[in-house]
Design a protein around this ligand. Structure first.
Ligand code: PHB
Ligand code: FE
Length: 328
């Protein structure tokens, strides 16, 4: 029998501010009191460490998500579902033209463990990268404890639907999910289900608005129901989506409450393509050749509808499936 070895994360001893420095391939990452610093053979980059940790938290929790996770206009990852490209400047026209861009393909287990270690070491006790800026303490300063509970949160991924027996549970005060301050007016009643005998585990229903009013995180779509490859991923949003998502498939948005402004850019160059303002009841489809970032001035409820078919990236990249969702 062969044991699967844990990939070896390469980290230094704590630096002057108390944080470890990390190396994978030819990338080097370090932080100080305010910033994250990234270097690669042809260049270097600096980001505010709160923004860096918010992006890193999502890349870790979503296991590199669908397609591209841009931490900003320079640094990010592309998921190849088994390996991950870590890049700098690859999707930035100016870096490309200056030939300063760089990308490295890394086995998923190594980059997963490395990113988890960075997130764990660089997140202080006061900071929750998933919380809205209004509901967390500071990311800044010298090393000050850690927040293992927050950074280790598991993403909700219902197998059939939340609330079904044996599936992801509903949220209540008892599960540690009080109603968020911005959703105090959301009705909390649950639908009455009268299942015929023998169908108790097959027929179910729940109040999605109540469920979302009790989310303690922002910009973190949960799989609340799944029908084959069709995933309903509702989420609550406040402030700015901490990543710029470059999709490898079409994705639908249904605005359930309040308002989100989406900045939409060309996926590869970052050229501006559209601004989409979504009000309650609005539905939009994001094409498969763009990247987008959302701005939510009040905590809002958004339904993200994903198609998890693993063949889609190749079908779209090869032109067999269009980048747009529908022909009228
Ligand atoms: C997206 O990239 O489509 C996305 C990510 C996180 C969210 C909402 C949308 O919370
Ligand atoms: Fe997206």
């Amino acid at each position: 029998m062969t044991a699967t070895a844990e990939p070896a994360v390469v980290a230094s001893e704590p630096n002057a501010e108390g944080y470890r420095e990390f190396t994978f391939g030819q990338f080097h990452l370090r932080r100080d009191e305010y910033f994250a610093y990234i270097t690669w053979p042809t260049g270097s980059h600096i980001m505010s460490v709160d923004a860096f940790l918010r992006a890193l938290q999502r890349d870790v929790a979503w296991d590199f998500f669908y397609g591209t996770v841009n931490f900003d206009g320079v640094f990010g990852t592309v998921n190849h579902y088994g390996t991950v490209d870590v890049f700098a400047g690859r999707y930035n026209e100016a870096y490309r033209k200056a030939e300063l861009d760089y990308s490295e393909n890394v086995e998923t287990p190594l980059i997963r463990e490395t990113f988890k270690s960075i997130l764990g070491d660089w997140t202080n006790e006061t900071f929750d990268p998933f919380a809205s800026p209004h509901e967390t303490g500071s990311a800044f300063g010298v090393k000050n404890g850690d927040n293992t509970g927050a950074v280790g949160r598991e993403r909700v991924t219902a197998k059939r639907m939340v609330g079904l027996p044996g599936d992801a549970p509903l949220r209540s005060d008892d599960t540690g999910h009080p109603i968020n301050r911005m959703f105090a007016d959301v009705t909390q009643d649950e639908p009455l289900v009268e299942a015929a005998p023998g169908f108790e585990s097959e027929v179910s229903s729940f109040n999605l608005f109540r469920y979302l009013s009790r989310s303690d995180v922002t910009w973190n779509p949960s799989v609340a129901s799944a029908c084959k490859d069709s995933l309903f991923c509702p989420t609550t949003e406040e402030y700015i989506l901490p990543i710029i998502h470059g999709n490898d498939r079409v994705e639908w948005f249904v605005q359930l409450s309040d308002e989100i402004t989406w900045e939409v850019e060309d996926r590869d160059t970052g050229a501006v393509r559209a601004r989409v303002v979504m009000k309650p009841g609005d539905v939009s489809a994001m094409p498969a050749d763009i990247r987008h970032q959302g701005y939510s001035p009040k905590r809002s409820m958004l339904l993200v509808w994903e198609n998890a078919n693993p063949d889609l990236p190749d079908l779209i990249a090869s032109g067999k499936t269009p980048t747009y969702p529908i022909d009228f």
